[in-house]
Design a protein around this ligand. Structure first.
Ligand code: DON
Length: 331
């Protein structure tokens, strides 16, 4: 039995929420043993498989954190949401969507199948590797560092400090990622890349190796929840039209071939990464009863033991539990 799982029916206080979340994290930490680390990127195999942490930030500043809250980890596929946003801001939605579709694949994140079987072989969506590599090629600049500069500026606005690339993680992936190179060649053949393949892949590997914490993810989630406007700094960081599309893509494609189940059982836009991070966005919702974070919140989760689809096994269970108990679903 999960500790503290009774229905919420009295006034919501921060101390009370904290007590609930502490109990849930403790419970789901035990279930991380059913998952496996992402050994295919050698450095990710060195993480603590039992780690599990969550950070939640509400629009009014309410913050609940529990478990392994201090770890830095690489952003991996969660960067796909942010580079998509940057490409749309730099090039415009029409330009980007002419080159990457917005359809879920139902396949693994690094699948090559559609690129081979469909003609024209336009990548299905920017949340899977083929689409994200295409998006990386579209970023402004002639080198990977120039291409990532706008991403760094955008992230700094959202999380309050300039993030850094974990060079060891970058090199670990660059030196082993043959499948992404193969995807790159298919994209090159289909004429989808806007810059040189080696610069494109360098950009993609570097963006994947940006280091973040669950607090950073929660802050990013909060901005997305609030349609691109940061309630902390009171600045519009991302245009609303782009934020809405990013959230739709997260909901339909963000958890790869588990996106349908995540939408059904958790019901909020989310994006995972193979380092074990999950970014979840809880939009404001209207309910008759008093519930936590009715005005919306951002959630960051870290749990490096993964399920078969490459999503944090403890993180998904924890999010599902929180969403059920606090009625966070959009639906
Ligand atoms: O391209 C890769 O394989 C990694 N840089 C990112 C994959 C990833 O995070 C998939 N997520 N669950």
């Amino acid at each position: 039995m999960v500790q503290g799982s009774a229905n919420l029916n009295t006034e919501v206080t921060e101390e009370w929420l904290q007590e609930y979340v502490d109990g849930w994290v403790k419970f789901f930490k035990k279930q991380t043993s059913d998952g496996e680390l992402a050994n295919y990127i050698p450095i990710l195999g060195e993480a603590d498989p039992e780690a599990l942490g969550i950070s939640i930030i509400g629009k009014n500043g309410t913050t609940i954190k529990s478990g392994n809250t201090e770890e830095k980890f690489t952003i991996q596929s969660i960067s796909k949401v942010l580079t998509f946003i940057v490409a749309c801001m730099e090039r415009g939605l029409t330009y980007v969507l002419d080159r990457v579709d917005v359809e879920p694949t139902g396949e693994a994140f690094n699948s090559i199948m559609h690129l081979e079987m469909k003609q024209p072989n336009k990548p299905f969506n920017p949340m899977v590797n083929s689409g994200a590599i295409t998006v990386s090629s579209m970023l402004d600049g002639n080198s990977s560092d120039q291409k990532l500069e706008t991403l760094f500026i955008l992230m700094e606005k959202m999380i309050g400090h300039r993030p850094e690339i974990n060079v060891e993680a970058y090199e670990s992936e660059r030196d082993t990622s043959m499948k992404n190179r193969a995807i790159g060649y298919y994209l090159l053949e289909g004429d989808y890349l806007e810059s040189d393949l080696s610069i494109t892949l360098e950009t993609y590997f570097k963006q994947s190796a940006i280091e973040i914490t669950i607090d950073d993810l929660a802050r990013i989630g909060l901005v997305l929840s609030n349609d691109g406007f940061d309630p902390v700094t009171e600045e519009e960081i991302i245009p609303r039209s782009i934020t809405r599309l990013a959230k739709a893509l997260m909901l339909t494609c963000g958890m790869y071939d588990a996106s349908g189940k995540f939408a059904a059982y958790v019901g909020v836009p989310a994006k995972s990464g193979v380092s074990g991070g999950i970014l979840a966005v809880v939009p404001p919702r209207v309910r008759d009863e008093e519930l936590p974070f009715l005005e919306g919140c951002g959630i960051g989760v870290y749990g490096p033991a993964l399920d078969k689809q490459g999503n944090s096994i403890g993180g998904i269970k924890l999010l599902r539990h929180v969403a059920n108990h606090w009625d966070l679903s959009l639906f």
